[in-house]
Design a protein around this ligand. Structure first.
Ligand code: SF4
Length: 449
């Protein structure tokens, strides 16, 4: 078996590299140099060892060079990743500036042979500059070629990835990290497990970047991420992680560090088990904060729930001389059951973390959508930052609120845009109206309660 370690400037990611690398992504406009430098600095100081920025075009690539220079002058030695969608020309330009470029080569061109040829050119450019590559394929962005054969499934995700990986092997290019993200925790974990099996059969193990995409915010965003990542890390799968939250990017670092530390210290879930009551396992944790409790508890219980090893659990959390009360424990139980799709008792939300493509303040909008729809059990509602990737990335959501441009929103029902260019101040009402007319709710909450 050949184990690959990717080199991203001075950072190693892969089998022989420890600890697990924590990374995150700016959500500001990459051309807003001051904001981008500030976000990179904050994330680095909080513990991020790799930071990604959106590169929509060549202007953003030029801005990336300025940001890199500014950070280097400040002594902030954090490698930067260019996030490129669709344009192979931009990816090729970014390869001469960024330390790593994230692409989905399947999006380089509609014609598959053209995409392959552009990918080959891109790899050559990365080789010339010593730039690492992340091939990132998300559940929502599988091409028709794949979905016609495999459907929108974990197997489809693995097949879409393995073709590009095989091309890297054929081109003798190994400075590569792979990711297969989804917002649905069981889909995401299954996709990575299938990819790991495929790599083992192929005899080459590439490093994996793990993430639950569009996980949302607050407790649920943290619980979904921790449960998904822990299910893989507990099997020894995964080398670098991102916790995607619809919150300021620096907030992603602490939960990611808690997950990384949980697995780097090699403690086992059984270390936290205190016994069983009527066949239901009981666990006890000592934590310094609520965030530590929900993340650690999700690292312990997430894998057991996803793998269907347990159906229920009891848990206590002790903070110093206090104990978590019933309401906190019950909310955590409901959230992790929902996150692992073992018991769906809440409205399910998908929300992207936002990035330089987002032209509205997504966090308050997402919170307002949640406030007005949280009683709609059985529905999945997506709130996405941009029209370029939002419709694809919202995957299997029933309805979507998708930023279309400054002050304008598109409302989706499944994959179909039902209303376009809705003024933002009316968009939540329009979304709720469509849900009501569809007969999915007779009880839509008013604007103010
Ligand atoms: S959906 Fe659009 S705005 Fe949201 S993270 Fe993806 S690219 Fe950025």
């Amino acid at each position: 078996m050949r184990y690959i370690t990717a080199k991203v400037r001075n950072l190693s990611i892969g089998h022989e590299a420890h600890p697990i690398v924590v990374q995150s992504m700016c959500n500001c406009d990459t051309n807003d140099i001051e904001s981008a430098v500030t976000q990179c600095r904050e994330m680095y100081r909080a513990g991020a060892r790799l930071v990604r920025l959106t590169n929509q075009g060549k202007r953003e690539v030029e801005s990336l060079a300025v940001i890199k220079d500014r950070l280097t002058k400040e002594g902030i030695d954090v490698p930067l990743v260019a996030d490129v969608h669709f344009s192979s020309d931009v990816a090729i330009a970014a390869a001469s500036v960024a330390d790593k470029v994230r692409i989905n080569p399947g999006n380089f061109a509609k014609d598959h042979e053209v995409a392959r040829s552009q990918f080959r050119k891109f790899l050559e450019e990365c080789r010339r500059h010593g730039t690492a590559v992340r091939i990132g394929i998300n559940h929502g962005s599988l091409g028709q070629r794949i979905t016609e054969i495999y459907g929108n499934t974990p197997k489809g995700m693995q097949e879409a990835m393995s073709e590009w990986v095989q091309m890297c092997i054929d081109e003798d290019f190994y400075n590569v990290v792979l990711s297969l993200k989804a917002s649905n925790v069981p889909v995401m974990t299954q996709a990575y497990i299938l990819l790991q099996q495929w790599m083992e059969e192929s005899g080459v193990i590439f490093p994996l970047h793990l993430g639950v995409t569009e996980a949302g915010n607050g407790d649920m965003g943290r619980i979904k991420s921790a449960a998904g990542l822990a299910t893989l890390l507990s099997r020894g799968i995964g080398d670098t992680i991102r916790v995607s939250l619809t919150e300021p990017p620096v907030n992603e670092i602490m939960p990611a560090r808690l997950i990384a530390e949980f697995f780097d210290t090699a403690r086992k879930p059984s270390d936290y088990q205190t016994g069983t009551v009527d066949g239901v396992p009981s666990f006890e944790l000592r934590c310094a904060s609520h965030e530590e409790f929900i993340v650690k508890a999700s690292c312990i219980l997430g894998p057991m729930l996803v793998n269907k090893e347990i159906d229920d659990f009891n848990i206590r959390c002790i903070y110093g001389d206090k104990e978590a009360d019933n309401a906190e424990i019950e909310q955590f139980k409901s959230d992790i059951m929902q996150a692992t799709r073992r018991r769906m008792t809440q409205c399910e939300y998908i929300a992207c973390p936002s990035c330089g493509r987002t032209l509205y303040d997504i966090e308050p909008v997402f919170n307002e959508v949640k406030r007005r729809t949280s009683h709609l059990r059985g529905l999945t509602i997506a709130v996405m930052g941009c029209i370029v990737n939002g419709p694809g990335e919202m995957a299997d959501a029933d309805y979507g609120y998708i930023g279309e441009g400054r002050g304008k929103v598109s409302i989706y029902r499944g994959k179909e845009a039902v209303v376009r260019s809705v003024p933002q101040e009316k968009a939540i009402d329009v979304l709720l109206d469509i849900i009501r007319k569809d007969g999915r709710s007779t009880d839509v909450r008013p604007l103010t309660e």
